[in-house]
Design a protein around this ligand. Sequence first.
Ligand SMILES: Cc1ncc(C[n+]2csc(CCOP(=O)(O)OP(=O)(O)O)c2C)c(N)n1
Length: 347
Amino acid sequence: MTTSASPLGPLHPDVEPRRERLAATALPRESQLELYRYLQLNRRLEDRLTNLYRQGKVVGGLYSSRGQEAISVGSAYALGPRDVVGPLIRNLGSLLVRGVAPREILTQYMARGTSPTGGKDCNLHFGDLARGLVSPISMLGALVPVLAGVALAAKYRGEDSVALTYIGDGGTSTGDFHEGMNLAAVLEVPLVVVAEHNGYAYSTPTERQMKIKDLAQRAVAYGIPARIVDGNDVLAVYEATRQAVSEARAGGGPRMLEVKTFRMKGHAEHDDAGYVPPELFERWRARDPIARFERHLADEGLATRAELDAILADVDRRLDEDVDFALASPWPPPERALEGVYEEGET
Ligand SMILES: Cc1ncc(C[n+]2csc(CCOP(=O)(O)OP(=O)(O)O)c2C)c(N)n1
């Protein structure tokens, strides 16, 4: 299949994920340092959570985005304040960019009474429409039709906001994904779907669940333009999302980005990923998105090691405070157990 002669539309299978040089950007230095800060906050917050999990202080499952931080951070950073995002369980970075504080995440995972859900949910299943955040839905694929609906609402109201959501390679095999994509295409709504091709859906490698190499083909099949992007290059993700969002905002209908990456841990903390060949981890570790971005910042003369260390020290200080806050937070009081569970008031 060649790009230009393809009957499938604007696929770009020639994007080389292992390319060392990052995408060109007009982002100023301050913004690039802000991206760096979010990437490190994402990773270091997850490292803290892993420690807390091993101490038995994280109550349920713990899902990691290690190696995929550039996708959440780069895509959320390209959104405007009135845009709406529907993150999945591995999109912690999107929440952080959207203004969610680490202590909100820590208290959620630790099921404390001070968490956004008051201790009722013990991972990232919470939203906040005031910050343009739709709660993740556990059933894979279901967020696509929901965010298509959010985008349709914006279109009806004549607002220029865009809805963005994520889907894993496994999730693109669910019926909801296909129905949602088709609906979005037919109604030409301003929806951007970021499809994270990270090699595995739980223990199933992608080639065991689909015959195609690129998830982008699934979008193109519904008439949705799709691009393939290096998911370990935060600048490439940012630039591709910015372009897709601006096309959707201008009335061009939905867009999909397939971001090629790799899941650097098991499905969740309880899973040792023994089914993943170790050499795959090795190959992808060499493309670590944060190390690559650090090299870019140094090569372009955008930051000295001392400046990056100052950012890291600040991230760590903030995490120290927020971990202490979460550990000192009370469990939810039993008398609040039924609050917010059922619709209250007049029906
Ligand atoms: C409809 C549905 N089927 C099965 C599951 C159980 N499940 C949760 S996550 C997961 C694997 C998801 O893989 P993928 O979509 O590739 O995302 P990744 O975990 O790699 O980010 C499965 C099978 C589910 N939540 N929903």
